[in-house]
Ligand binder design. Structure first.
Ligand code: SF4
Length: 281
């Protein structure tokens, strides 16, 4: 980067919050010379790319695709075929953060001040852990500052004509097809929506198990076991029962129901612990 001592960057994850942040910035701060970027793991859902195209159409600016110099297969073999997991999340580090650091490194080293805009909403639990990784980088949270919550995010995307990524009809998170943050019901649906991606994940898991990996993609069972018809039926039943329980509780105690139930409630996701701002916002 030449001719400027500042950069303003906004990471698009393929999820709704970061897209809404881009829309919000375009509408309220058109003066900020934002650089949009998307770090592509090479294992994203097809729906993500069509969503990025729609978003680019609204923004009128390209979203830079940052590809890692080394792909998932390279790192998997470096990590001795141990699958990444919530505890050993080498995938985010190597496929999302490392390419971003490379993208910014020369400028940060040259003293350029980098402003990073991050999509934390007003209704989210505090993310105290999120902080700048470099002295020349400062982090901003415009959605939170503007009081924009989940409903506000959806409104922003609707009003911009961008809408939501299609995968939200069957899954709650952006990110890799085989992301281990998926709930069991989402694996079942991945197989239905993208059978080839399920097969791909299954073959990674098989190789990992052959190499002694202690992890399967989903806790406690392999994808091969999970696709057995009886198991699929049970997972679907569990999901429906959970959904019905939550809705019934809402009817019995309407006072407890001020907040609208979301898919995350039905899926049993705790937003503070599941997923991360890099992959899933
Ligand atoms: S989306 Fe999931 S699997 Fe992909 S890099 Fe992020 S945490 Fe890892």
């Amino acid at each position: 980067m030449t001719g400027t001592q500042e950069r303003h960057i906004l990471g698009i994850s393929g999820g709704r919050d970061s897209a809404a942040l881009a829309v919000h910035m375009r509408q309220t701060r058109p003066d900020v010379p934002l650089e949009y970027f998307f770090t592509d793991t090479g294992k994203e859902l097809a729906e993500v790319y069509s969503f990025l195209d729609r978003l680019e159409g609204f923004l009128g600016r390209p979203i830079a695709r940052i590809n890692p110099d080394r792909d998932f297969d390279f790192w998997l073999s470096e990590y001795n075929h141990f699958l990444p997991s919530p505890r050993t999340r080498w995938c985010t580090r190597q496929l999302k953060l490392r390419p971003l650091e490379h993208w910014l490194e020369p400028d940060l080293a040259a003293g350029v001040k980098v402003h990073s805009y991050v999509a934390i909403r007003a209704d989210e639990p505090s993310r105290d852990g999120y902080q700048s990784t470099h002295a020349n980088m400062s982090v901003h949270f415009p959605l939170r500052e503007a009081g924009i919550d989940r409903a506000g995010v959806i409104d922003l995307l609707d009003s911009a004509g961008v809408g939501e990524p299609e995968y939200y009809q069957w899954r709650t998170r952006s990110g890799c097809t085989f992301c281990f943050f998926q709930q069991k019901i989402e694996w079942v649906r991945l197989k239905r929506e993208h059978p080839e991606a399920y097969e791909d994940a299954k073959s990674y898991e098989k190789t990992a198990l052959e190499h002694g990996s202690p992890f399967t993609w989903s806790q406690g069972e392999s994808l091969e076991d999970m696709e057995e018809p009886e198991r699929v039926a049970q997972i679907e039943r569990d999901f429906e029962e959970r959904r019905a329980r939550l809705l019934a509780r809402r009817r019995v105690n309407p006072l407890a129901g001020e907040r609208t139930l979301t898919n995350d409630d039905f899926y049993g996701i705790d937003e503070a612990s599941a997923g991360c701002v890099v992959c899933h916002k």
